[in-house]
Design a protein around this ligand. Structure first.
Ligand code: DGL
Length: 287
């Protein structure tokens, strides 16, 4: 479908993820775009996506995207790396609002900072198997080594972001990844919603010459760009709204939709979002 443009004056920004991890992406967006209404869909009954097939992930992602459009989203962010890698184009074809995935913004940032044009991407098994990061980076002249790190998601969900066990797991994964790739690697892309919470620990474990690309932050910057380009168009068309002129509601509003227990989501959300959550609604999309 041809997307309408996001309303930059007081956008309704929807973030979709397989569960709680996409709250790292939501958090990064809210830090940059505080004056917006936020919808978040966490498909907590059907996670993890990281070990599922492309067909299944595409079906789930399309259902969530259409649901969020019906709820009034003017811009959709696929915060889930696995869903972005597997189903971005399926989702774009199924809704008529702009859709931003996490892969391209992460690849853009890697291209900005890398000298050697050699990168390691870490993610779920499904993200690595899809090779979406590898293709996106190849278009920017990169040789990329991808490494699945399936233990990171449960460790982060356990709250063990700075735990000795997690650090030991990280040392093993990164040693394997670096051994299998080139000595010229100068970028590590965090290709999973949960990994931004491991950033400080990964920084300690990684050689100092390897920069970290946080796909939550780069995606949030892509959202800012989309809204800014929409705002420029609106100004040119002379259609500034009340809130774009300085009026209207200040600060973010949130509505969360989850497919499993709302209570469990409320308990886990602060680890990822950095704040308590209210307005959590259970939904059942079927299928
Ligand atoms: N949200 C997923 C991702 O970013 C990780 C969790 C899962 O496997 O569902 O890839």
């Amino acid at each position: 479908m041809t997307p309408a443009r996001a309303d930059a004056s007081r956008p309704t920004i929807a973030v979709f993820d397989s569960g709680v991890g996409g709250l790292t992406v939501l958090r990064a967006i809210v830090e940059r775009v505080p004056n917006a209404d936020y919808l978040y869909f966490g498909d907590t009954a059907r996670l993890p996506y990281g070990s599922k097939s492309r067909e299944t992930i595409a079906r789930y992602a399309i259902g969530a995207a259409q649901f969020l459009q019906q709820k009034g989203a003017t811009l959709l962010v696929i915060g889930c790396n696995t869903a972005s890698a597997m189903a971005l184009y399926d989702v774009k074809g199924a809704v008529d609002i702009p859709v931003i995935g996490v892969i391209e913004p992460g690849a853009d940032r890697a291209a900005e900072i890398s000298q050697s044009r050699e990168a390691v991407v870490i993610g779920t098994e499904a993200t690595v198997a899809a090779h979406a990061y590898q293709r996106a980076l190849a278009r920017r002249g990169f040789a990329t080594h991808e490494k699945a790190c399936p233990l990171f998601v449960p460790l982060v969900e356990e709250g063990w972001t700075d735990h000795a066990v997690t650090e030991q797991v990280a040392r093993i994964y990164l040693a394997e990844a670096l051994k299998a790739s080139s000595v010229h690697i100068d970028v590590l892309v965090l290709g999973c919603t949960h990994y931004p919470l491991l950033k400080n620990m990964l920084r300690r474990v990684l050689p100092a010459n390897i920069a970290i690309v946080d796909s939550a932050e780069t995606t949030a910057e892509a959202v800012v760009e989309e809204l800014a380009s929409n705002s420029r168009e609106r100004k040119q068309g002379g259609t500034l709204s009340a809130s774009a002129k300085g009026g209207g509601i200040e600060g973010p509003s949130f509505h969360f939709y989850v497919t499993d227990s709302a209570d469990k989501f409320r308990r886990m959300a602060p680890i990822f979002l950095g704040r308590e959550v209210e307005n959590v609604e259970h939904v059942d999309l079927g299928g």
